[in-house]
Design a protein around this ligand. Structure first.
Ligand SMILES: Cc1ncc(COP(=O)(O)O)c(C=O)c1O
Length: 397
């Protein structure tokens, strides 16, 4: 076979998906495995959304839509962004994409390229680094320790900037840590960036509505950053619609025009039937989504208490999203049947094989001192998983 491209050889497959794959293999072999690896809500989208999609499919939602999305959806999404975070970009400054990942990918293509550095505070969702590599840019991971709340602070930002820094990726609420930047923290970063008007911010806000703190401000709300912030949102997490592939990219007009040109030559558009469902989703009264949000709050409490009671784990309750990110330093050096636990990968493998619980090792996010547990699963499932984790950890020598 002729050689694959340099980019294809450089890109790493998703390690979250890799752990999920291992859990599936064990399940297929007859093991009883509780899979808490994937960031996929276990809820169904609201009924009205499903009905609208079914009706649209039967009525003939078969064709392409405009590249930027159906005008009604752009308007509703822009209004939703305006209401929730005062992003005043308007419908012309918003593009509908196939999932938040589609929006991120268009943004990376529009904003970074060969010779550019993309600054990524970690622990972070590692698709950011892979997407940076795919556009030929260089990911620069800046580790933000637990003591900093896993957040980039002005000193760390100042220290990481180089003449080639072109883009900073901020995720808030963050996957995997659940960290949420406050307005004051964003203002402090904006002050550092005042001297660097050549740098863009890519703000991933896909978990925005799932939070346990009063607000999760967008950098785009800060006048100092609005003209250079690209905002990514979507319905995958907020409306439990991961498979429908609806994301939104909002930002300054010239940037969105470029993203539309890119999408027009790559993905064309998000699926029409999904866009019609998304219109219905955005028309739902907020009360319809409340039970889901309340369920996440209850699960968060259950998971944090369960992990805190287990041997050797350090737990800080997440401020947003649906992941717990317990520290495992207290367990490094413990003895398992296969040998000493030295890393998050070995601990995750031990918990999978001993307890039948699949978690993602923190190494997948650039932090080997933690595990990620997704609590997008039922309370019964989580309670059983927590019992198994506690029992497995208690057995370590
Ligand atoms: C931080 C973050 N951003 C974006 C996405 C992708 O969202 P979508 O499924 O809409 O592409 C995910 C999905 O796991 C995520 O965790």
């Amino acid at each position: 076979m002729p050689m694959l491209s340099e980019r294809a050889r450089a890109v790493e497959p998703s390690r979250t998906i890799a752990m999920n794959q291992r859990a599936r293999e064990l399940k297929a072999a007859g093991r009883d495995v509780i899979d808490l690896t994937v960031g996929e809500p276990d809820f169904r989208p609201p009924r009205r959304v499903l009905e609208a999609a079914a009706a649209a499919a039967l009525a003939g939602a078969d064709r392409y839509t405009p590249v930027a999305g159906l005008p009604e959806l752009r308007e509703l999404a822009a209004a939703a962004c305006l209401a929730d975070g005062a992003l005043g970009y308007g419908p012309g400054g918003l593009m509908v994409a196939p999932g938040a990942k589609g929006a991120l990918s268009a943004a990376f293509m529009a904003l970074a390229g060969p010779g550019d550095e993309v600054l990524i505070p970690t622990p972070a969702w590692l698709s950011y680094a892979e997407q940076a590599k795919l556009v030929g840019a260089e990911p620069r991971l800046v580790y933000c320790p637990p003591e900093s709340g896993y957040k980039l602070d002005p000193a760390a930002l100042r220290g990481a900037l180089t003449g080639r820094t072109r883009l900073i990726v901020l995720g808030s609420p963050a996957n995997p840590t659940g960290a949420v930047y406050s307005r004051t923290e964003l203002e402090a970063l904006a002050a550092v960036l005042e001297a660097r008007p050549d740098i863009w911010i890519l703000s991933d806000e896909v978990y925005r509505s799932i939070r346990y703190v009063a607000e999760a401000p967008s950098p785009a709300e800060l006048p100092a950053l609005r003209a250079r912030t690209a905002v990514v949102r979507g319905l995958s997490k907020s409306h439990a619609m991961t498979g429908w592939r609806i994301g939104f990219l909002a930002g300054p007009q010239d940037f969105i025009d470029a993203a539309i040109a890119i999408q027009g030559q790559t993905l064309t558009c998000a699926a029409r039937v999904s866009q019609l469902a998304a219109i219905e989703a955005l028309k739902l009264p907020p009360a319809e989504l409340k039970p889901m949000l309340e369920a996440y709050e209850d699960r968060r409490a259950l998971v944090c208490a369960g992990l805190a009671a287990a041997r050797g784990l350090g737990v800080t309750p997440p401020e947003g999203a649906f992941y717990a990110f317990p520290r495992i330093e207290g367990l490094v050096g413990a003895t398992a049947p296969r040998g000493t636990i030295r890393s998050s990968d070995e601990l995750a493998l031990y918990l999978l094989e001993e307890g039948g619980v699949a978690l993602v090792p923190g190494s997948a996010f650039g932090d080997d001192g933690a595990l990620r547990l997704s609590f997008a699963a039922s309370e019964a499932c989580l309670a059983e998983a927590l019992d198994r984790i506690a029992a497995s950890l208690a057995k370590l020598g």
